[in-house]
Design a protein around this ligand. Structure first.
Ligand code: GLY
Length: 356
């Protein structure tokens, strides 16, 4: 158990747990409060795409962070695997974007040109070679594509299990089923009112994803957050059915080592509605079947929903009220941005609070 200053983290998803791990490594005494189970929300639902190529096409702070976090991922996973003794499905296999019309092709090429300027590499794919490298992909009507060698995937559920293990080893207190209602910053410390009583800490980091904005923070309130619901469907398939990420328009397909081929994802502004809508799921299945026709004859084995952490942007680092730190608003890229978020916020807290 650490003797360092106490840090409270609100939210036990991949962002909160990664930061807890980094802070514990620096000698802080960390407690993570999670309203449900560790990693049970967006980190459980997320497909786990590590894909600046599919998500970023303009210079911004978010893009810089995404590229940096993608660079950090191999070492982050290696360290987690070595420290936890657990395995993590992490695949650096790239992604292909497909175009089935001249218009789609020109959209891909314009985007690739913008991406080249910000350091995201891609190369043209000859449609004749698609059948060789992606034998399950529809070739009828295929005009071309772009291959993104830097994109990859991770299974975020396995990352969370490993994070819990390494956090426990370092003495992090993981408190499940204990939401935090309010945080009051009194200058030298913070007081948290949780579902199970009051706690104090030297400072607090709020990483509660879509729920972050519902925590009452004083004396300075924090930015709002909102859930952006996504449906996903999964098909149990023979390995190598989808040997890289495959994208067409807003649809992506990717396959975990377990064989689960995941298709995502809808983007819905409907609040915390946990219902799986068969209509939305069947639109995803149709989109998947367009790209891989054999899926039209295949019944999904799983359908689920998750809540992306939406906000008016990414909130990262020290908040106006001095002992409150924020790490939310990661929206579509929370899994990708976990390593860089954890490193940056842990470094900032160390600098401010003074442990190592
Ligand atoms: N990261 C992909 C999505 O949010 O659907």
């Amino acid at each position: 158990m650490s003797a360092g200053a106490s840090i409270a983290i609100v939210g036990g998803g991949i962002i909160g747990l990664s930061t807890a791990w980094r802070l514990a490594q620096r000698g802080f005494a960390v407690t993570v409060f999670e309203q449900s189970t560790m990693g049970g929300e967006a980190s459980w639902a997320g497909a786990g795409m590590l894909a600046p190529g599919g998500e970023m096409d303009e210079a911004s702070e978010l893009t810089t962070l995404a590229i940096e976090s993608r660079r950090l991922y191999p070492a982050y996973v290696r360290e987690l695997v070595a420290s936890s003794g657990l395995s993590i499905d992490f695949q650096e296999m790239g992604a292909v974007d497909l175009a089935y019309s001249a218009e789609e092709m020109s959209t891909l090429e314009d985007r690739a040109a913008r991406q080249a300027g910000i350091g995201i590499e891609s190369k043209a794919v000859d449609p004749k070679r698609v059948a060789v490298f992606w034998p399950r992909v529809r070739t009828e009507g295929l005009v071309g594509g772009r291959f993104y060698p830097g994109d990859g995937l991770v299974n975020p559920r396995e990352v969370v299990v490993a994070l819990c293990a390494v956090c426990k080893k370092l003495g992090v207190r993981l408190v499940q089923n204990c939401g935090v209602r309010s945080v009051a910053d009194s200058g030298g410390s913070v007081k948290l009112v949780t579902a199970h009583g009051t706690e104090t800490a030297r400072c607090v980091m709020i990483a509660a994803g879509a729920w972050s904005g519902s925590i009452v923070v004083s004396p300075v309130g924090i930015p709002a957050s909102a859930p952006v619901k996504g449906h996903l469907v999964g098909y149990q398939q023979p390995s190598q059915t989808c040997n890289t990420i495959v994208r067409h328009g807003h649809t992506y397909l990717m396959q975990r080592n377990s064989g689960l081929l995941i298709v995502g994802a809808s983007v819905e502004h409907v609040g915390f509605d946990r219902r799986v809508d068969a209509g939305v799921a069947s639109q995803l299945s149709e989109a998947a079947g367009f790209v891989m026709p054999h899926l039209l004859e295949t019944t999904p084995t799983e359908m689920w929903v998750g809540f992306r952490p939406g906000s008016d942007g990414l909130h990262l680092g020290r908040w106006e009220s001095g002992n409150v730190y924020l790490a939310y608003g990661h929206y579509r890229n929370g899994i990708l941005l976990a390593p860089v978020t954890a490193d940056r916020v842990a470094a900032e807290i160390s600098l401010d609070v003074g442990v190592r």
